[in-house]
Design a binder for this molecule. Structure first.
Ligand SMILES: *Cc1c(COP(=O)(O)O)cnc(C)c1O
Length: 383
């Protein structure tokens, strides 16, 4: 039997794999830095936008970022445990969060109101505070009526040695539309808010408003510091700048099957073979981050050719229409990547699912094995 069947033939692509290229993150960090004279905070929330918070942080810091930003305190503690000594800001916490642990870890906190200020000022060690003002987005931050009172109370807490006000921060709601009037209005409100803080006796060292889109399009919003997350991951919400995707998601074909015209495929039989064709099965589904909304629209790259997803994306698997693409079980496929070899990009997947790129990269499932590489794009460009 062993003479007629190659039982020992090695599989060429045994399982799905997410490859994260830290070289792309480094290159994107350098691109961002070239657009501003402000300090760059690397925003590594949501596990570094799905790329690995520690890896993204280390890479961005090496490439010139000077601070780290996250939402929750748990994310901040993970960075400290990984050994980072740079300033870390955590900006989304409930009043009952563990401020004592934040103080012990030297993590700065965003403070949007008096309730939070009371909690932060209530621990023994002085915590670094970034006062958060709303400049038009109504997604957190003190509003115009509360701001002066918050600044005054923060100054009292500072004089009492309970906190150190190191920053004033806000966020833009429409920075991805650089021409929207709101951007200038919000920047003006931000400048006025900083003046209110100064009038209260505060001397915030870092004023920060811009995230990726405003960093790439609107220098008037940069102040002392820009907070950049998406851009490090190769996402430019403003659509103005060439950044590099850092993720490549591959999977082996695990089954290949010729079917007759009219053969129904998948749950609900929402797709039927329009002609005699060959179907391929991939072991990735919506539990792995392929959005179900992209069913029957998405494509994957098989042996250099784009092949469409046939029917509904299941939890764990998708069927693709191979058509005349030569393919065998075990062949590698590229589900998404930076686009170098014609594979679908994160932006294309976002389009197929009617969402934004951020949602695609942050939702690759835990089940997918990961590999980290570091390609030297800087070197490549200067050769
Ligand atoms: C996520 C986030 C950022 C980073 O935004 P990007 O557009 O991803 O660069 C900056 N600031 C705040 C408050 C955020 O929540």
């Amino acid at each position: 039997m062993a003479d007629t069947f190659p039982w020992t033939a090695p599989p060429r692509a045994a399982r799905p794999l997410l490859t994260v290229d830290l070289g792309a993150i480094a290159e994107n960090t350098r691109t961002v830095r070239s657009r501003t004279s402000a300090e760059v905070m690397a925003v590594v929330k949501a596990d570094g936008f799905g790329h690995g918070a520690v890896e993204m942080a280390r890479t961005a810091l090496r490439a010139g970022a000077t601070r780290l930003g996250v939402t929750s305190l748990d994310e901040a503690f993970a960075l400290r445990r990984a050994g980072f000594r740079e300033p870390v800001l955590s900006w989304l916490n409930a009043p009952g969060a563990d401020f004592g642990a934040a103080a012990a870890a030297g993590v700065d906190l965003a403070v949007p109101d008096l309730v939070m200020l009371a909690g932060v000022a209530g621990v023994d060690r002085a915590i670094g505070v970034h006062l958060h003002v709303d400049t038009g987005m109504s997604r957190g931050g003190a509003d115009r009526e509360q701001w002066a009172g918050l600044c005054a109370a923060a100054r009292d807490a500072e004089l009492a040695g309970r906190i150190r006000v190191v920053g004033v921060m806000s966020h833009l709601g429409r920075a991805d539309e650089p021409d929207a009037d709101d951007n200038a209005a919000s920047a003006a409100r931000f400048r006025a808010s900083v003046q209110v803080a100064r009038d209260a006796g505060l001397r915030p060292a870092v004023r920060h408003l811009a995230a990726t889109a405003a960093t790439l399009t609107n220098p008037a919003t940069h102040f002392d510091l820009v907070r950049v997350g998406a851009g490090l991951a190769g996402i430019d919400p403003s659509g103005t700048t060439r950044l590099r995707g850092a993720m490549t998601l591959t999977a082996p074909l695990i089954h290949v099957q010729a079917v007759a015209a009219g053969t129904p495929v998948g749950y609900g039989h929402t797709w039927r073979a329009p002609r005699a064709t060959t179907l391929g099965l991939l072991p990735l589904g919506y539990a792995d981050g392929l959005p179900r909304a992209a069913s029957s629209r998405a494509e994957v790259l098989v042996n250099g050719r784009r092949c469409p997803v046939a029917g509904l994306i299941s939890m764990d698997q998708i069927v693709i229409d191979l058509g005349h693409t030569p393919a065998r079980a075990g062949d590698p496929t590229i589900v998404l990547g930076p686009g170098d070899d014609g594979e679908p990009t994160v932006a294309e997947w976002a389009g197929w699912a009617a969402t934004i790129e951020h949602e695609i990269v942050t939702r690759i499932g835990r089940r997918v094995p990961r590999r980290v590489v570091e390609h030297d794009w800087n070197q490549e460009r200067t050769l």
